[in-house]
Ligand binder design. Structure first.
Ligand code: IPD
Length: 256
């Protein structure tokens, strides 16, 4: 069922659940990005949030592939809450080569290129080197699934972090901008179940190039399509989070 309403001049619909929002702007921005890139790189592949929602396959092959979130933080965008970004990652042979994340409200541009570092408006980024989790600020996101079972695990995981105790836990409503805070050393770590490859692709490269680690919630290597991530400035804090989390089950991006 598609629900449509108009909020602050934005035409808003919902996708997989009533809290999984999309606006005409999401669709328009994605069309503009893909058509512009396709004109320059006709042989490349594209994975985009709204194309996937419209039924296109979300499969990462060896072909050069652009992974696009046209508006990350759509719920924030709907409410004019100023945490909204455009995220574009680029992978070749399934390896991330560069990532770009643009904070639409303050104009901040986060960039990273494999082997060449990560930057915020041209200034080099470095993750926090804190290894003591009790001094960590941790970010997470809830995602669109809100059934009781999911919420119980989500809140249990958050309680586990808060009672460690860590310095704080924050939810800002944009996975990509939260991950950029880890790259910038403004937060020690991020974890989430239920995000998508377009939420993590660009940010994973930016965090890695800023000196951090981005891994699966099981402690293994990141799997872009798995919808799970732990990212941290230090491996010690990432490992602590991995040990505490109870899993929330989501279908893979490449199997939906
Ligand atoms: C979502 C946001 C949200 C997070 C979801 C993401 P969207 O992206 O980043 O905070 O919880 O997992 O998919 O739908 O606004 O592009």
């Amino acid at each position: 069922m598609v629900r449509v309403c108009v909020m602050q001049e934005k035409r808003v619909s919902s996708k997989s659940t009533p809290t999984d929002l999309v606006t005409e702007a999401d669709q328009h921005v994605e069309e503009v990005i893909i058509s512009t890139l396709r004109e320059k790189f006709p042989s490349h592949s594209f994975i985009g949030e709204e194309s996937s929602a419209a039924g296109e396959k979300c499969v990462l092959t060896d072909n050069p592939t652009w992974i696009i979130d046209p508006i990350d933080g759509t719920c924030n965008f709907v409410h004019s809450f100023p945490m909204v970004a455009v995220s574009i990652g680029f992978a070749v042979k399934k390896q991330l080569e560069f990532g770009v994340i643009y904070h639409c409200f303050d104009g901040t541009l986060y960039t990273g290129r494999r082997g060449h570092g990560a930057f915020c408006n041209g200034v080099r980024l470095h993750v926090s080197k804190e290894i003591d989790v009790s001094k960590a600020l941790i970010l997470t996101e809830i995602g669109a699934k809100r059934d009781n079972h999911t919420l119980d695990i989500f809140l249990g995981n958050m309680k586990q972090m808060l009672s460690t105790p860590v310095h704080g836990v924050r939810i800002i409503g944009s996975s990509t901008l939260a991950l950029c805070q880890v790259a910038a050393g403004a937060a020690e770590a991020y974890y989430q179940y239920g995000l998508h490859c377009w939420d993590i692709a660009a940010a994973a490269l930016i965090i890695t190039e800023a000196g951090g680690c981005v891994i699966d919630t099981t402690g293994g290597p990141l799997d872009l399509m798995s919808r799970r991530v732990v990212a941290a400035g230090s491996r010690e804090i990432a490992d602590y989070i991995v040990q505490q989390l109870k899993p929330i089950s989501y279908g893979r991006d490449d199997e939906d």
